[in-house]
Design a protein around this ligand. Structure first.
Ligand code: GLA
Length: 470
């Protein structure tokens, strides 16, 4: 795994590892000239083909790891200190001690993703591998080819890459690590599900994945032969730790509010539903879930309305549904909560993933595309996570030959994906470049990106994270 710097350079060339690896190795050699040896941890970003905001509700997703990644050139440290630099000089140096209570940097600091991984592994070792304690740190340099804030999970890829470096000698399996990091990344304040970490760790070259949660299970899904997924960045930043965090956490809370009310409605006929902690359990327990959904009060509602519906106390509802990681209560959105629409999206989206995986497997690209279109509409109208730029992007993609197009990831900006026959991918991208980037962006007063390939590209499913075998 570890090699001298000179040796690593030769091996990187031999395995055709690419420019990112040479760049990060050169930077590592400059910053840590005394390091006797170096290894590389890598973790890919992801796009989600279909299944949005279903993961934290226990319902499936269908993403794939992409050929853009985070790479860390690292050497083991003697102590439990983690020291990380980034090849991008705008990211400040990170240095901290691994423990089960690492004090975070200010919100939005990139180092928090490294801290999230370290703290999660330390907690895991305390519970499951105490002879590995104290965990030893690393000295490393980070580089990446996943545009940050574009909804391609650059942040989860960083968490995963740091975790791969730190856990290289620990007896932890990849699925176990995926579960651990899904919970561990909530350290940054977003109540995310497990899709990003699982995809980055368990991605398969050549296949998308169907992922089920609680318990985590992955199944490779071949996309229809002769078709590719094109990714396009809207150039509107969806920052998970910035403004998008509160909106994201509001969706999580609205699903909880909806679940409480759905359980209340279904319990007389299906007493077992009282045990449900996720919308998945509700759907599994109540065959007539669609009908039940119609019984929810119309949106918007307040916590007081939900409490009245349940015949309970406002405080209890707030405590069950709105508590954040730091113990504070989520502020109610100014237009009120929309649990009915949110639950309708999640429950129908879960069903769409099943249909999409089946369509993909039988090579039915038209049906897969249709489901992607339907998903976008549901994300926009019921889940409220689209924006004018995403809506325009999917419309432009469809106009240029996409069989289906939708936002991907958390939404509120970031990227869209399109399914297109491989031989039409170039003409689709030319059309999108012309109409969206050169036409629409200037109209909106948004700068046109200088380099097309970093914002608009066809992607192929890649292998999951790990230590680069050298
Ligand atoms: C973010 C989260 C994921 C998932 C998506 C929406 O990427 O990190 O867990 O919830 O949003 O599908």
């Amino acid at each position: 795994m570890f090699r001298s710097i000179a040796d690593a350079k030769t091996r990187l060339k031999a395995v055709e590892a690419g420019a990112l690896y040479t760049e990060v190795l050169d930077a590592f050699a400059r910053v840590f000239p005394d390091a006797p040896e170096v290894a590389f941890a890598r973790a890919p970003g992801r796009v989600n083909v279909i299944g949005e905001h279903t993961d934290y509700n226990g319902l499936p997703v269908m993403p794939m790891a992409i050929d853009r990644e985070i790479v860390i050139a690292f050497a083991p440290a003697e102590t439990s200190t983690v020291t990380l630099l980034n090849v991008e000089s705008s990211y400040p140096r990170v240095e901290f001690q691994i423990s089960s209570a690492v004090p975070p940097y200010e919100t939005g600091h990139w180092g928090n993703y490294a801290k999230a991984a370290a703290q999660a592994l330390c907690e895991w070792a305390q519970a499951s591998a105490s002879d590995a304690l104290p965990l030893r740190g690393i000295r490393g340099v980070v580089a990446g080819s996943i545009p940050a804030g574009s909804g391609l999970s650059s942040s989860s890829a960083l968490v995963v890459a740091v975790a791969c470096a730190l856990s290289r000698d620990l007896p932890i399996s990849k699925p176990e690590l995926a579960d651990l990091l899904a919970a561990g990344e909530r350290y940054v304040g977003t109540q995310g599900g497990g899709m990003d970490q699982a995809t980055s760790l368990l991605g398969r070259k050549g296949s998308a994945l169907r992922i089920d949660f609680f318990p985590l299970e992955t199944q490779p899904v071949k996309l229809p032969e002769g078709h590719v997924i094109v990714v396009a960045n809207t150039m509107v930043t969806a920052n998970k730790t910035g403004g998008a965090r509160v909106v994201y956490n509001t969706r999580v809370a609205e699903c909880r509010l909806g679940l409480e009310m759905l359980k209340h409605l279904a319990a007389p006929k299906h007493p077992a539903v009282r045990e449900a902690t996720l919308l998945k359990h509700f759907q599994q327990t109540v065959p007539e879930w669609e009908e039940c959904l119609l019984g929810l009060p119309d949106d918007p509602v307040s916590v007081a309305d939900v409490a009245a519906f349940l015949g309970g106390l406002e405080n209890d509802v707030a405590r069950r549904c709105l508590v954040q990681r730091d113990g504070s209560l989520l502020p109610p959105p100014k237009d009120g909560f929309s649990p009915k629409k949110r639950c309708r999206h999640v429950l129908t989206e879960g069903a769409r993933v099943g249909k999409a995986a089946a369509a993909a497997e039988r090579g039915d690209a038209r049906e897969l595309g249709r489901l992607m279109d339907e998903s976008h509409t549901s994300c926009a109208d019921d889940y409220g996570i689209s924006c004018p730029e995403l809506d325009r992007m999917v419309a432009v993609m469809r106009a240029h030959g996409a069989l289906g197009a939708r936002l991907t990831g958390a939404g509120f900006g970031g990227c869209a994906v399109a399914l297109v026959p491989s031989d039409q991918a170039d003409s689709l991208m030319d059309g999108v470049w012309r109409d969206y980037y050169q036409g629409y962006l200037p109209e909106r007063g948004i700068a046109v990106p200088s380099e097309r390939a970093s914002v608009l590209f066809a992607c192929s499913p890649s292998e999951g994270a790990g230590i680069l075998p050298l």
